[in-house]
Design a protein around this ligand. Structure first.
Ligand code: CO
Length: 238
């Protein structure tokens, strides 16, 4: 038989604080501040989301989507994974793209890499981290494909920067080849796919000049973006 709670244990229960109390307190402060700024903020957000952008970025805690492009909640639909990979068999990412394109009708998909990415560095160092190594093989394939360009960079930081850029460009290609994106273009839906790379050093976003808005535009955009990278040393673009 369960013993009835004494008044003392009941009081203890009521006063119980969460091990994450700091975060919960922060949440209440944030909510109060948003409400003070605009009393209709949550009312408007709760009714709908109609973001124009799908962000596919790295899980890295230093690259939060809406914050670094100065947009409020509700403006960007987000998918993040280690090293911002779009793998053809990743049901998670494919489902996010499908929902974003077919249901939300986003107009832009942005692949966002970041300089100094730990996942990219692990590939360059051929470091064993565990299960994630299998995921990072996708980045390893990108490194292998562009090994001659990477070999021209003898400083590791530059090689990291270049592989971050190449990876974002290759993931744009993968995104453009998904059935969801090809079908959207086929039916005339307005949709562009872009590659960016973010600098943790100064908070600047680097546009990698890869913008694809149709099936026919993919190959020329890919070649242009690669040629531009070959002309400029990685450090000069940041
Ligand atoms: Co990263």
């Amino acid at each position: 038989m369960i013993k009835p709670a004494t008044q003392a244990t009941f009081d203890e229960y009521l006063n119980l604080t969460s091990p994450l109390q700091d975060l919960l307190d922060g949440n209440r402060r944030w909510s109060a501040a948003r409400h003070a700024e605009d009393p209709h903020f949550f009312e408007y957000l709760a009714k709908q989301q109609s973001p124009k952008y799908l962000w596919i970025g790295c899980s890295d805690s230093r690259v939060p989507a809406t914050q670094i492009v100065d947009l409020p909640p509700g403006e960007i639909f987000v998918q993040r994974n280690v090293a911002n990979v779009v793998a053809h068999s990743d049901l998670n990412c494919l489902s996010t793209i499908q929902f974003a394109v077919d249901i939300l009708k986003v107009e832009h998909i942005i692949i966002v890499g970041h300089y100094g990415c730990g996942g990219i560095q692990a590939v360059l160092d051929e470091r064993r981290l565990g299960l994630v190594d299998n995921w990072l093989r996708h980045v390893g394939d990108v490194a292998e494909k562009h090994s001659s360009m990477l070999a021209t960079l003898d400083v590791m930081a530059l090689r990291n920067a270049r592989l971050c850029e190449l990876n974002a460009i290759e993931q744009v290609t993968n995104t453009c080849r998904t059935t969801m994106v090809m079908d959207a273009w086929e039916r005339g839906q307005k949709l562009s796919v872009h590659a960016w790379c973010y600098s943790l050093d100064n908070g600047h976003m680097n546009d990698l000049n890869m913008h694809v808005d149709s099936r026919a535009a993919l190959q020329p955009a890919y070649e242009n973006a690669l040629q531009r990278l070959m002309r400029l040393p990685a450090a000069q673009q940041r």
